[in-house]
Each structure stands twice: as structure tokens, then as C-alpha cells.
Ligand binder design. Structure first.
Ligand code: ARG
Length: 458
């Protein structure tokens, strides 16, 4: 029995009917659906559409249904077309006639939009919390690394020495933007659609502002036609999730490379690594690889959803039902990826010796050129001179640390006696002068700022 069978004289063909049933997945909206119906019943009561007795019976029935569904998830099952039909069937079973009045003036089109908005408003804070845990793990690693050095890379070639802490704070910066981006998606979902009816609005005098505030929304949608198919909040959420997954993927890629034998800057904990069934020596970063791999899935959900929306005529269309699996899958994918990434980062051990060894050598060339430029040589000329020095050093298999004072001065008379001391990784980081740089004081301040953000003083 569907909510609409009255109009039809043949039983549905399962090939077509089962295809459009959504209860298998929209049962995730169960609690939100009941929450929405409780508020709707109250609004109908306040508008005088429902008698006091009916409104009270509906409230009691819905509260019991919510309670049972919360106690036993297996309760939320049945032959129903969708979660809305399920709740209504249960209500009618419980309270009879009054239950049939609940849907007065309301359409499933607005109901499903409301449910999904409520779902996102409660799920997004959990994702933000999980992001914050990963950011905390980055901050802890930055703190523990102290003054340890490592190379930074451009084009995956060693570029300049940086503090290990600076590297972790870099990833933390990206993940902080994800927290904000999810907040923006949550704000987008924060508009109450009830009162829109199926498309043209409702014929009952519903106080939509009161209904919005009962449901914790800060505003009401502006236009009923738009509201029936507006899923911008879904697109915003899927984009925020995709970009967070892209960031996790890039964290993963860095750590996969840096924990490998060739770099060995960090050691994966045995607890977050996996072995090989054939090669006994292997210690594989499967968790990181999967976080990287699953970014494709999140991006796919976003691309798929935008493709579904494109070209839809205005008003509700069943295509919109595709929003739910996209949202649930993206939500789940990000949640489990954050959990795994957190475990890997929290248990990662720094191999300071390997990291700092890799931070010395020819990657000090920029600092040597800066030395000349600070002493008045045009930077282009300095670049050329140091380039020639590098060419020679590479050919001889040496680096700056092996140059004698005589050799320094032969390269340019701008080099003073302090030139050898200036060309060290430690000097290199201390020479940086801007707040966003790897200068140890700047990194210290950045870490403090991050910790204040993580633990705001009341
Ligand atoms: N399951 C539907 C969806 O997810 C609910 C809305 C149904 N509305 C309708 N007119 N068939 O979009």
C-alpha cells in the first residue's frame, strides 16, 4: 500500500516500483523525518487545522515511534516506499484516524528537503569534530618536532630547509579551511522549506517563521518553486567533503613518500601499517593509500550530483532522490577517512636524523644567493653566480659545506668570512622573516595560534 495508490487501478509492476523505492537508504533520515513531523503537527494545531486532541495524539504517537526506532534500528524496516510512508504507516497503526490527518497541507517534496537539511545540520558538526582531531594530531606532531628540520619540496625536488613543525602546520592550515567550508554548507542548509507544499505553497495558515524556530532554522526559504528542487546545500556539502578528501589525499601522499625507505623522515607505527602476504619485509601504508583512493569516490559523488541537477526542469523531479545516497556515502567516506588518517598521524614517529640530513646540501643555494643579494648584488646576478657554483659542486660530488674560504671568495668577493656559517639549514630557517615563513619564532607563533583555535578560551 502506497500513499498514492487510490488513483491507480492496477498493482505496480515490481520492475518499475522497486526501482523507485528509497526506504533501503532513506531510513537514515528516520529521526529527522519524525522531528519534522512533530513540528508540522504542532504547526497544524496552532493554525487550528488539527483539533487539540488529534494534535496531542499525533505527538504522543510520533514520540513513541521515535523512541522505538532509536532503541531498535531493526524497527525501521518494512515494505514501505520511503521513510515518510513508513512513519505515517506506523502512526496510523498506533493512533488510527488522527494519524491520517498529519499529512494535511504537506508534500513529501518539502518533507524530504527538510529531512536532508536536518540530517546535514546534525552530521556536519560530527565531521568538523573529526577534522579537528586530525588537526590536533598535526599540532601535536608540530609541537613534538621542536626545532627538527626537513627539506621542503617543489616539483618533488628538494627545495629549501623547513622545520618539520612547519610541514605539519601546512596540512593543518588546509584542514582548518575544511572546517569553515563545512560550516558554510551547514549555513546553506539552514533554511526551512515547509509551507512550500508540493510546489505552489500550502493552503493552510501555517506560521512558517514559528515552525522554523521550533526546528532550529534561522530562516525560511524564499520561494516554494525553488524550494521544491533546491539542492544547493547538497552540492555545497559534497564540494566541502570532496575538498577535505583532496586534502587528506595530499596528506596521505606526503606521508606515503616520506615514510618510505628512500626518504625515511617518519616511521609508520606497526599499529597503522599492513603487511604483505608474500614479501615478509613489507610494511605498507594501506590506510593512507585508501584515504588517497577514496578521494576519487567523494569527487565522483560531487560530479555525479551536479550532473543529475543539470537540466532538471524547475519543481520537484524524482531524479532528486539521488541526492541521498550521494550525501550518505560522502559523509561516511569522509568520516572513516578522517578516523584512519588521525590514527596514522597520531602514531607517526619522526626520524629526525634522516629528515635533517636531507635538509642539508645544495638546497641551501637560495640562501647563498640571498646572502649576496642582501649585500647589494642584484639578485639575478647572484642567482647566476650561485648557479655556477652549484654546477661545479655537482660535478665534483660536493656541497657548500666543503667549500674553503678561499673557494667562497673566488666565487665572488661579496662573500665574507661568515659565508660558510650562513649556508647551513639552521641559518636558512632563521633567515626567513615573514609570519607565514618557517622562521622558528614564526612557527612557534603559528602553533600557538592554532592551539588557541583548537582550545578557545571561554
Ligand atoms: N523519496 C523521495 C525523494 O527522495 C521523496 C519525495 C517523493 N516525492 C514525490 N513526489 N514522489 O526525493
Amino acid at each position: 500500500m502506497t500513499l498514492w495508490s487510490g488513483r491507480f487501478d492496477t498493482a505496480p509492476d515490481p520492475a518499475a516500483f522497486d526501482f523507485q523505492v528509497s526506504f533501503g537508504f532513506d531510513r537514515a533520515l528516520f529521526a529527522d523525518d519524525v522531528t519534522g513531523s512533530l513540528a508540522w503537527a504542532e504547526a497544524l494545531g496552532a493554525a487550528g487545522v488539527l483539533s487539540k486532541q488529534d494534535a496531542a495524539a499525533i505527538r504522543k504517537g510520533l514520540e513513541e515511534i521515535l523512541e522505538e526506532g532509536r532503541r531498535d534500528p531493526a524497527y525501521v524496516t518494512g515494505p514501505d516506499e520511503d521513510v515518510h510512508s513508513f512513519v505515517e504507516r506506523k502512526l496510523v497503526e498506533k493512533i488510527g484516524e488522527a494519524g491520517r490527518r498529519l499529512h494535511t497541507g504537506r508534500s513529501r517534496n518539502e518533507q524530504v528537503s527538510l529531512d536532508l537539511r536536518l540530517y546535514l545540520r546534525r552530521r556536519i558538526p560530527l565531521l568538523q569534530q573529526a577534522l579537528t582531531q586530525v588537526i590536533t594530531a598535526c599540532a601535536d606532531q608540530a609541537e613534538r618536532a621542536g626545532g627538527a628540520l626537513m627539506p621542503s619540496y617543489t616539483h618533488l625536488r628538494r627545495a629549501q630547509p623547513v622545520l618539520v613543525a612547519h610541514f605539519f602546520l601546512a596540512h593543518a592550515s588546509a584542514l582548518r579551511r575544511d572546517v569553515d567550508r563545512l560550516e558554510a554548507a551547514r549555513a546553506e542548509a539552514d533554511a526551512m522549506p515547509l509551507g512550500s507544499g508540493a510546489i505552489a505553497g500550502t493552503s493552510y495558515p501555517i506560521d512558517t517563521a514559528a515552525l522554523a524556530s521550533t526546528l532550529g532554522f534561522s530562516r525560511v526559504v524564499r520561494n516554494s518553486i525553488d524550494a521544491s528542487s533546491d539542492r544547493d546545500f547538497v552540492a555545497a556539502f559534497l564540494f566541502a567533503v570532496s575538498l577535505a578528501m583532496v586534502h587528506l589525499s595530499r596528506v596521505a601522499e606526503d606521508l606515503i613518500v616520506f615514510t618510505g625507505d628512500e626518504h625515511g623522515f617518519f616511521e609508520l607505527s606497526d599499529a597503522t601499517a599492513t603487511g604483505s602476504s608474500m614479501m615478509p619485509q613489507k610494511k605498507n601504508p594501506d590506510a593512507l593509500e585508501l584515504a588517497r583512493g577514496k578521494s576519487g569516490r567523494a569527487i565522483g559523488r560531487l560530479a555525479g550530483w551536479l550532473t543529475t541537477m543539470k537540466g532538471l526542469p524547475s519543481g520537484y523531479n524524482k531524479d532528486l532522490q539521488e541526492d541521498k545516497e550521494a550525501v550518505f556515502d560522502a559523509d561516511h567516506t569522509l568520516a572513516i577517512s578522517l578516523r584512519a588518517t588521525h590514527a596514522v598521524i597520531a602514531r607517526l614517529a619522526l626520524n629526525a636524523g634522516n629528515a635533517s640530513r636531507a635538509a642539508s646540501g645544495l638546497l641551501l643555494a637560495t640562501d647563498v644567493a640571498d646572502y649576496l643579494a642582501i649585500r647589494g648584488m642584484p639578485f639575478r646576478q647572484a642567482h647566476e653566480i650561485v648557479g655556477a657554483m652549484v654546477r661545479r659542486l655537482v660535478a665534483e660530488g660536493r656541497d657548500f659545506s666543503s667549500l674553503t674560504l678561499k673557494e667562497w671568495k673566488e666565487a665572488s668577493d661579496f662573500f665574507g668570512d661568515d659565508a660558510p656559517q650562513a649556508a647551513t639549514p639552521l641559518e636558512s630557517v632563521h633567515a626567513k622573516r615573514t609570519p607565514q615563513s618557517t622562521n622558528p619564532d614564526a612557527v612557534h607563533a603559528a602553533l600557538k595560534e592554532l592551539k588557541d583555535w583548537l582550545n578557545p578560551k571561554a
